[in-house]
Design a binder for this molecule. Structure first.
Ligand code: MG
Length: 209
């Protein structure tokens, strides 16, 4: 399959192209989305799916495709979402051609930050998301530093190290200091996903000169 970006050798493959054995529902049940020819398709009504494994800091890549819904508008047009750590939704929506994109459009950190630019392709084309995620942590002053997100859509920077305000709607919980899964949203539309992989990142580098 011609992926937009093949997994590097150190990537953890979250979707193996064959089944959803690395995934589960929010309540720990069997993930109900369809897998065919190396592609996952949302099965509306079966609920969100999330990885069994949890992560702290990471680089995440995934590819997705919007269905063609010419008569649908706004939040009803190809809605899904990628929740980093299960807590911060990056919107998945058909926002092709919408200028300027808003806080609910594709690429937005939902209801917090609009994407810097509209990087959307039309429906029925594969698109790529790449995220660099820095988890919330306890700072030197003992206070919580919120998570930071850098994001690219189709190779364009849509978030430049933004500090989130907190979890977004639909988060699995607000225990932001705990590791969390990657969660994909069932919003009732037939979004397709493929080529999902992650590279866990060390929390800091060496202090050696
Ligand atoms: Mg959504």
């Amino acid at each position: 399959m011609d992926y937009i970006m093949a997994p590097p050798s150190n990537a953890v493959i979250l979707f193996n192209g064959k089944d959803l054995s690395n995934w589960q529902t929010r309540s720990g049940g069997t993930a109900g989305w369809e897998v065919k020819d190396g592609i996952i398709t949302v099965v509306p009504g079966t609920g969100d799916i999330m990885t069994k494994e949890t992560f702290t800091d990471f680089y995440l890549h995934l590819e997705w495709m919007e269905p063609d819904m010419p008569d649908a508008k706004g939040q009803a047009k190809g809605n899904s979402g990628v929740y980093l750590q299960g807590r911060y939704e990056i919107q998945v929506l058909d926002s092709y051609g919408i200028e300027p994109p808003g806080k609910g459009d594709c690429g937005a950190i939902y209801n917090q930050y609009a994407p810097l630019v509209n990087a959307c392709k039309p429906p029925l084309q594969w698109q790529a998301y790449d995220f660099i995620f820095r988890s919330a942590r306890t700072g030197a002053d003992g206070k919580i530093e919120n998570a930071r997100i850098t994001a690219c859509q189709n190779g364009m920077v849509i978030h430049n190290n933004v500090i989130v305000d907190g979890v977004t709607g639909g988060a699995i919980n607000d225990k932001v200091l705990e590791p969390g899964p990657i969660l994909l949203q069932d919003h009732g539309n037939l979004i397709k996903y493929r080529n999902i992989w992650i590279i866990p990142l060390p929390l800091k580098g060496s202090d050696k000169y």
